[in-house]
Unconditional design. Structure first.
Length: 164
């Protein structure tokens, strides 16, 4: 069973998943991949009250991650989305993304944005299936070729749900 929960970005599993993403990116991006050129979130961005870092686990093993960073009041940015290749196609990325959106709502955010690259077509497909719409570039991430947003709406009865 896949469980997604908040964990420290600078913890062993957070750092291992981030390193795995960087290694994976080096296989996808042409030329040298330098993570510092991709506008990564910093530890302080991914801890409450500014944000959160989530780890997905399958029977206790860390298999994926994602972060949410506050850009400004009401606006968050999804960062560090990654699922180990052996666990893709099982809905793990969707579970992480949905949990990040829930955290955004809990923090009063009405919109989240993210960027990704043409060299990550699986990510582009996930965001499209999850209700994200293409927007004009909102940052100067060296590796980004696609920028997306999603407006988050409240459900009736005090709960909240995303718009699709």
């Amino acid at each position: 069973m896949i469980v997604v929960a908040a964990e420290p970005f600078d913890g062993d599993d957070g750092q291992a998943l981030t390193a795995a993403y960087h290694a994976f990116a080096r296989t996808r991006f042409p030329g040298d991949f330098d993570p510092t050129r991709g506008l990564p979130a910093l530890h302080r961005d991914l801890v409450p009250p500014r944000g959160v870092f989530l780890v997905a686990r399958d029977d206790g093993t860390a298999i994926g991650c994602g972060g949410l960073k506050t850009i400004e009041t009401g606006l968050g940015e999804v960062k560090h989305m990654f699922v180990q290749p052996a666990h893709r196609g099982q809905g793990v990325g969707f579970k992480i993304l949905t949990a990040l959106e829930d955290h955004a709502r809990e923090r009063g955010m009405s919109r989240v944005v993210l960027d990704t690259s043409e060299f990550l077509p699986e990510a582009i497909a996930l965001y499209g299936r999850s209700g994200y719409s293409a927007v004009e570039p909102y940052n100067d991430n060296h590796y980004a070729t696609h920028w997306f947003e999603k407006h988050l709406t409240r459900m009736r009865g005090g709960g909240q749900s995303s718009s699709m």
